[in-house]
Write a protein that binds this ligand. Structure first.
Ligand code: NAP
Length: 347
């Protein structure tokens, strides 16, 4: 008998419940060994839990690290993956490659045993088995663990760079899709509003948007800490303090800031629900709203736009676009301001 399971690039044989669906849609995955011929086995060091998911787990645990730990362990034991059923989101992990299946596509995705990598596919579809939790870091949504994970042949990952602390690299890689999509969506001369602009992805999006000639960036955030983080940054032209759950407040403030022209592009990177309307109302007619936030409700966005007669282009925030990891890491190398903020916040 082969020491490997058969080829399975999408991880379908890992699905326990409900049979026939893909791993991301599944309730339960089987993270057990051996790996398939085309899988990677990773000894996991840390989970970088998606902000919306960590926020929810933390709130449900009253912010108590011991209860957060218990919830994460129970969740992973129950589902065979870190897939938060409330937010529907997961996060990503870092670890060391301990086995490369003989049919893993190393020509397209070079990797060797011993490499330290960050997975760039969501934890919501990554088979995961935890032996224990070593430490919870509530400020950076990170949980240090012992356990193993499996990456399918279709999965993507980045080798951890050596020129920055890994916690910093991980924080950036987690949201790498946002600045890469910003690069695609923003045109020269646009007014770009970033809702939740003081957060991780918000700062990267503001920076990337500002690289295009003639772009004006407006950051919207709520807490004093976020506003302080934004103050004085060269790539945030204007900073607005507003509650993104209050569509009218945001609309009025953007109206005043743009003299009624509103935004060409609105990027939603807030980590809380019910921020769809502030984005829709901040966009000009025929403008574009990019919902990167995992707390976005398709129903609220679509029906909300219809309800206020807003003819805007609503885009779902695909977390992947080609070259996104390299672009996001490059931003940190280019911008001393962002490097300082990310190093202070995440190392
Ligand atoms: P983050 O660093 O926590 O940033 C979120 C920002 O939203 C923070 O500055 C936060 O301020 C702000 N915010 C919270 N409540 C607000 C309110 N009422 N009004 C205005 N701003 C508010 O999160 P992140 O890591 O950048 O992630 C942002 C979102 O992207 C999350 O929803 C995450 O799930 C999602 N995401 C999506 C993908 C994808 O593939 N589409 C991938 C990764 C992450 P405070 O810090 O003061 O709370």
């Amino acid at each position: 008998m082969s020491q490997f399971r058969p080829l399975d690039p999408l991880g379908i044989q890992r699905v326990v419940k409900q049979k026939g669906v893909l791993p991301q849609q599944a309730d339960v995955l089987d993270p057990s060994l051996p790996i398939a011929e085309d899988e990677l086995l990773i000894e996991v060091e840390s989970l970088n839990i998606d902000s919306a998911s960590f926020h929810q787990i933390s709130e449900a645990s009253g912010g108590d690290p011991a209860r957060i730990e218990k919830q994460v362990l129970e969740l992973v034991a129950r589902r065979g993956k870190h897939h938060n059923p409330v937010t529907g989101s997961g996060g990503m992990l870092i670890g060391r490659v301990v086995q490369v299946g003989p049919a893993f596509p190393v020509a397209q995705k070079p990797v060797r045993v011993g490499d330290r990598i960050a997975t760039l596919v969501s934890l919501t579809l990554t088979p995961l088995q935890l032996r224990k939790i070593r430490k919870v870091h509530p400020k950076i949504d990170r949980v240090d663990v012992e356990g193993h994970a499996i990456l399918f042949a279709s999965g993507i990952f980045a080798r951890l760079p050596e020129d920055m602390p890994e916690t910093v690299a991980l924080a950036v890689l987690d949201v790498a899709g946002a600045p890469a999509q910003t690069r695609k969506l923003v045109q020269p001369g646009n007014t770009v509003v970033v809702i939740g602009g003081g957060g991780k992805s918000g700062l990267l999006c503001l920076y990337e948007a500002k690289k295009k000639p003639g772009v004006r960036t407006i950051a919207v955030d709520y807490s004093r800490e976020a506003i302080e983080r934004l103050n004085g940054l060269s790539f945030a032209d204007q900073i607005i303090q507003a509650d993104a759950r209050n569509g009218v407040e945001v609309m009025e403030k953007i109206w005043n800031a743009t003299k009624g022209a509103m935004a060409d592009v609105v990027i939603n990177v807030a980590n809380i629900p019910e921020t769809e309307m502030s984005c829709i109302l901040a966009a000009r007619p025929n403008g574009l709203v990019y919902f990167f936030s995992m707390a976005t409700s398709f129903t609220r966005a679509a029906l909300g736009a219809e309800g206020v007669g807003a003819d805007v282009d609503l885009r779902i925030g695909n977390g992947y676009t080609e070259g996104h990891a390299d672009l996001a890491l490059q931003i940190l190398r280019e911008s001393p301001e962002l490097r300082r903020i990310f190093t202070e916040s995440y190392s």
